[in-house]
Structure formats: structure tokens, C-alpha cells
Design a protein around this ligand. Structure first.
Ligand SMILES: [Cu+2]
Length: 108
């Protein structure tokens, strides 16, 4: 039993180490990763996105997808919010303040 517990904890540790954090900026009313506008992003199950607001005004990132919903609330320049994606599928991510902001995330 002890061995099994040890094995399970090792498994949990390695899974959390493998999960990646993607940094997506809100910049010029767009989602930006690595200096380019990102309209779709593919992640692995367990990965997360840290949304960082670099605009001098508020953004309110949310998703109403079937897969999962979230609402990060409005947050100002310099603030960030993180979302972890635990299920495979795809979802649309939008901004409640700027309807032109849209990103599709595929989790596999
Ligand atoms: Cu916005």
C-alpha cells in the first residue's frame, strides 16, 4: 500500500511538472502570444493560460463554451488571471468589454 501511495504521488508530481503555462497578453484589444496576435491556441490537458492585461484599460475575459465556462472579471493594466484547462475539447474565449476580442482554444 505504501508503494502504491508513493507511485501515485510520483505520478501526480510528474503530471504537474509537465503541464505548461502559456502567457497570453491582452494588447491593442487583441490576444497576443510571443508578439503575434493569436486567434487559436492548442494546449495539452492540464495546461494553463495566464492572461496578462497590457492595455491601459480593463479587460474581462470569459468563456461560455459547452466544455467549461469561466469569467475572470474585469482587471486593469498590469494584472493577470490564470485559467487551467482540465478537459479535452475546444472552447471560445472572449472579452466582455471588447466584442472584437476572440480566441479559440483546443485542448488535447
Ligand atoms: Cu477587452
Amino acid at each position: 500500500m505504501k508503494k502504491l501511495t508513493l507511485l501515485l504521488s510520483l505520478l501526480l508530481i510528474s503530471t504537474s511538472v509537465m503541464a505548461a503555462e502559456h502567457v497570453v497578453l491582452q494588447k491593442g484589444k487583441a490576444f497576443v502570444e510571443n508578439d503575434s496576435v493569436v486567434e487559436s491556441l492548442t494546449l495539452a490537458v492540464g495546461d494553463s493560460i495566464r492572461f496578462v492585461n497590457e492595455d491601459p484599460f480593463f479587460h474581462n475575459i470569459f468563456s461560455l463554451s459547452d466544455l467549461s465556462t469561466f469569467d475572470l472579471g474585469s482587471f486593469p493594466q498590469g494584472d493577470s488571471r490564470t485559467v487551467t484547462f482540465d478537459e479535452a475539447g475546444s472552447m471560445e474565449i472572449e472579452c466582455a468589454i471588447h466584442p472584437e476580442m476572440y480566441m479559440e482554444v483546443t485542448i488535447q
